[in-house]
Design a protein around this ligand. Sequence first.
Ligand code: AMP
Ligand code: GLY
Length: 432
Amino acid sequence: MQRCKGFAMKVLVIGSGGREHALAWALARSKRVTEVVCAPGNGGIAQVARLAPVVLSDLDSMVELALREQPAMVVVGPELPLALGLVDALTERGLRVFGPTQAAAMLETSKSFAKRFLQRHQIPTANYAVCTSAADVEKALELFHAPIVVKADGLAAGKGVVICQTRRAALEAAQGLFSGELLGADGERQVVVEEFLTGDEVSFLCLCDGKTALPLAAAQDHKRIGEGDTGPNTGGMGVYSTDSILDAEMRQWLVRHVAEPTLRGMAAEGAPFQGVLYIGLMMTPRGPQVLEFNARFGDPETQAILARLESDLADALDAAIDGRLAGITLRWKPGASVCVIASSGGYPGSYETGKPIHGLDEAARVEGVVVFHSGTSRRASELVTSGGRVLGVTATAGDLREALSRAYEAMSRIQFDGIYFRRDIAHRALGK
Ligand code: AMP
Ligand code: GLY
């Protein structure tokens, strides 16, 4: 590949999932990027990046690595390092980092902060109450009709939301969160009680530079483990992206009424937001409502979104760090992409790891397919499973039906003991 001298860039990606594999893959294709380092990475990321060991819960290990590597840009994938203040720590030491500060990441790390922020800035969201005790919850519940949603205040890896069919169940869920019985650790100090919303869920991600929100292609995730959207929530079992998820008018509306007021609000409150603002929406009969914010790229949304991106990702992230997003336009492959996740049998409950994975080369030979690894590691010459979500078969094509057919053809070529995947990703979209 021709490299532009003078623009040569080494990029450090923090994280170890399918999202980071997709980020490393897209950055490695950039004209300007000469080297991608991923920490800690996984067995698949090793094909596109040099891996370096860090512990994602240990701020010092990440700071030391970044200072040693001196990359031109650091891209932070997961929420935990953001919550620990990695962006602040690296920025103070003179590094260029894509991602929000600890204060700006509160849009994700505290649900009570996010809900009050949405209300303060008149951004549409479900009615809610923030409660600090079971007695508080009991009182608040008088204002809600079942079903009722009860949420942990802090980060819970998708496990902090309970949908309750009765007020009694809601009270029990809140008690479980306060006592630590539901999520472990010391229990929550605050719990959010929220009105239940119905409609289609959409993941609307924007690159942000503090002032400008630049939308990425919209995606729809499938959070439940079972086909037909049944069973417990997971980190996400599959995603599709097409332009028809949100038409141009709706995207514009969301930028004007959700993304921009969020950026203005955060800046006015002293925590300008730079990074990915992931807006989780419910498209309800009374219009779009914000379900949640994440302060990072989604997983597996990123795999499907970046598979469609034609523009140079490094240029866009660089512009976000410099506050130049207003001058950037992104080009997208028309048509569709999907990412179907293969997980270890038992996930999101307990599961076994260390199972040899076969058929990846055969899968990658299907036209338009790339396999992003989530939980894999290398053991001698073998690739083995090492997590709940193991890999995401990602396919692009001229239309959704063809993208699905390619993804499932590739999936049929992959084997590991206990493999599980949903066969109905994007089924509702196809039915429309
Ligand atoms: P959150 O972490 O807040 O996005 O919640 C996780 C998942 O729970 C969402 O993706 C929705 O599927 C569901 N959920 C959260 N809040 C609500 C709500 N108010 N009404 C219906 N479903 C919800
Ligand atoms: N796919 C949902 C998330 O990244 O939070």
